[in-house]
Design a protein around this ligand. Structure first.
Ligand code: NAD
Ligand code: ZN
Length: 248
């Protein structure tokens, strides 16, 4: 029944936006934040202002990042990513808005310009003052030696991973693109997100209010279940691979 409704909604749509959260990548071995085994059972998130105001907090942020990066650098796209890539390559899905920073949509064969990364990119770092880019391998090597967080060699500014922290401004271009695609789609599919983090969680609402259908696929309840036309509480990889025929 759910399977039929899902397939029918996809069939009837020609401009789909897929919105993904950490849940799509757990089957690739990257833990999410809010599940019982998620990262936040271990760590409280670090706010941007705390990062700015304390060298100890910055050192802790880098320590965590290097720990989390071990998972991310070994991870490969799973059947959920591949099923979505199939819908992109068929021309059904026009944009992927992702909260993830792991690059797995791109690695599953989705062109770069179709992936909107709302929370940045974990594969490099940047000076917060002058914008100079830094290679993570170099930062990690120095950090392992000194246990001190990095400063910019051009302007002495604070260097931070190119991801967006709580309390940090959202990237402007990505916000505009997400807004535009949410407003123009006829079906919005939110996958593997607890839909609690704003402004990201505002996009499904925007799409729905502008007339699109909304599907939510997530193991647990989300903050936006009340808006959905179809709620699917199943495992992502299994459900998508059964319902999107991507293995030829
Ligand atoms: P979240 O942790 O708040 O929610 C993930 C949701 O996915 C949970 O509700 C969980 O029940 C569900 N889930 C996990 N595995 C699933 C599976 N196999 N099948 C079905 N459901 C599953 O994640 P979020 O909403 O993306 O917000 C957390 C923030 O953390 C995001 O802003 C993101 O930037 C960041 N983050 C990114 C990554 C990554 O890049 N892979 C990993 C962790 C966190
Ligand atoms: Zn600088």
């Amino acid at each position: 029944m759910i399977d039929d409704s899902f397939r029918k909604l996809i069939e009837d749509s020609s401009n789909i936006v897929v919105f993904t959260g950490a849940g799509i990548s757990t089957e690739s071995g990257i833990p999410d934040f809010r599940s019982p085994t998620g990262i936040w059972k271990k760590y409280q998130p670090i706010e941007f202002n705390d990062f700015l105001s304390s060298e100890d907090v910055r050192a802790e942020a880098w320590r965590r990042k290097f720990e989390i990066d071990k998972n991310i650098s070994m991870a490969e796209p799973n059947i959920g990513h591949l099923a979505i890539a199939k819908l992109v390559n068929d021309g059904k899905v026009k944009k992927i808005i992702t909260q993830n920073i792991d690059n797995l949509h791109q690695e599953s064969g989705v062109p770069n310009d179709l992936v909107i990364e709302l929370h940045g990119n974990t594969t490099y770092a940047k000076c917060l003052d002058c914008g100079k880019r830094y290679d993570l391998a170099v930062i990690m090597k120095n950090f392992e030696k000194t246990n001190k967080p990095p400063y910019c060699d051009m302007c002495s500014g604070i260097v931070k991973a190119a991801t967006i922290s709580f309390g940090q401004a959202m990237p402007e271009k990505e916000m505009i693109l997400s807004q535009e695609s949410s407003l123009s789609c006829d079906l919005f599919i939110a996958i593997g997100s607890s839909l609690q983090v704003y402004p990201a969680a505002g996009f499904p609402i925007l799409a729905k209010k502008n007339g699109a259908k909304l599907i939510i696929l997530n193991r647990e309840k989300t903050g936006l279940d009340g808006y959905a036309d179809l709620i699917i509480n199943e495992e992502i990889g299994g459900f998508l691979s059964e319902n999107i025929n991507f293995i030829n």
